[in-house]
Design a protein around this ligand. Structure first.
Ligand code: NAP
Length: 297
């Protein structure tokens, strides 16, 4: 009996741990040369439980990497101008290297305005119009963390991404669009698909690199995968199964694994890369602001 072909697992936890170790070394170097450790400031408005966990995890990860972590927790009813004033104060604070405003913000606060108050040199989420524009123009800037981590993981499965056909499912500002730009910068031929795409299955079957960032549990079926493809599953979806809550991706993992060449699991794939890339951006921003050479991480 021949065994079912099984894709290689792309171990995001291991890749992220390796990256974090290198970031730790770079941070120590920056602290030595500049006389102070890089500092990451995180702003949380409101009491959203998931956001509280994310903010705590980011603070812990920053400290583990040898950085200074600064948290600003504001009540849910804080006015937009007050949030904007805090961001401007952090922009002006020479001790702060990176600023992250945890999303989502409460409905009465205009997230786009607040994000664009962040000094692009400190915009470690890479979401300001300046950094989004730089990515579009192929210029150096701070790049959104989840797309950055996704491309790194794809790179671990392939000798080169150049010339490969990448299909990106999802066109959000946070993930899909920047991911498509990064893959283009790697010389992939990029197709962007979304909720209006006709015959999504056929589009996916063309992909050497298939990145799913839609937020629909197991949307991508096994027979949508080109045999041997690299599958990067960005989705994190909480589902109730057998009376228990669990996390699943946007890809039907078991079915896809029988056809793909390599695939990221959920959890343990793209997720761990997001925080690692946030730390990477903070180290890069710190080096740049202090006139040091960009760390090779
Ligand atoms: P989003 O803003 O809701 O965008 C979803 C995108 O998927 C949209 O462009 C939408 O198309 C498209 N889409 C939705 N349903 C579709 C369908 N049935 N067929 C084809 N396309 C469809 O979500 P997001 O912020 O990009 O996040 C996407 C997923 O990634 C979520 O599961 C999220 O939890 C996860 N995520 C993970 C990380 C991480 O660290 N691993 C970080 C961020 C997000 P339209 O534009 O046409 O509406």
């Amino acid at each position: 009996m021949t065994a079912e072909p099984t894709a290689d697992l792309i171990d995001g936890k291991a890749v992220a741990a390796d990256l974090r170790a290198r970031i730790g070394e770079a941070v120590a170097g920056i602290a030595r040369e500049a006389g102070a450790a890089p500092a990451l400031a995180v702003v949380l408005v409101g009491e959203d439980p998931a956001s509280q966990v994310y903010v705590r995890n980011k603070g812990v990860a920053a400290k583990k990497a040898g950085m200074r972590s600064i948290e600003h927790r504001l009540p849910a009813e804080t006015g937009e101008d007050e949030v904007a004033a805090l961001v401007r104060a952090l922009n002006d604070d020479p001790a702060v290297d990176g600023i992250l405003v945890q999303l989502p913000l409460p409905a009465h606060v205009d997230a786009a305005r607040i994000i664009n108050e962040i000094d692009p040199a400190k915009d470690v989420d890479g979401l300001t119009e300046t950094n989004a524009g730089r990515l579009m123009l192929g210029k150096r800037g701070l790049v959104p963390c989840t797309p950055q981590g996704s491309v790194m993981l794809a790179g671990t499965a392939r000798e080169s991404l150049s010339g490969l056909h990448a299909v990106v499912l999802g066109r959000s500002i946070l993930v899909g669009k920047p991911l498509a730009m990064l893959l283009l910068a790697e010389n992939c031929t990029v197709t962007m698909a979304h909720s209006r795409t006709r015959d999504l299955a056929a589009v996916c079957r063309e992909a050497d690199i298939l990145c799913a960032a839609v937020g629909v549990p197991r949307l991508v079926q096994g027979d949508w995968i080109k045999p041997g493809a690299t599958v990067i599953d960005v989705g994190i979806n909480r589902v109730e199964e057998g009376g228990a809550a669990r996390l699943v991706g946007d890809v039907d993992f078991e079915a896809a694994r029988a056809r793909a060449g390599a695939i990221t699991p959920v959890p343990g794939g793209v997720g761990p890369m997001t925080i690692a890339c946030l730390l990477r951006n903070t180290a890069v921003a710190a080096a740049h602001r202090r006139g040091l050479a960009a760390p090779e991480i």
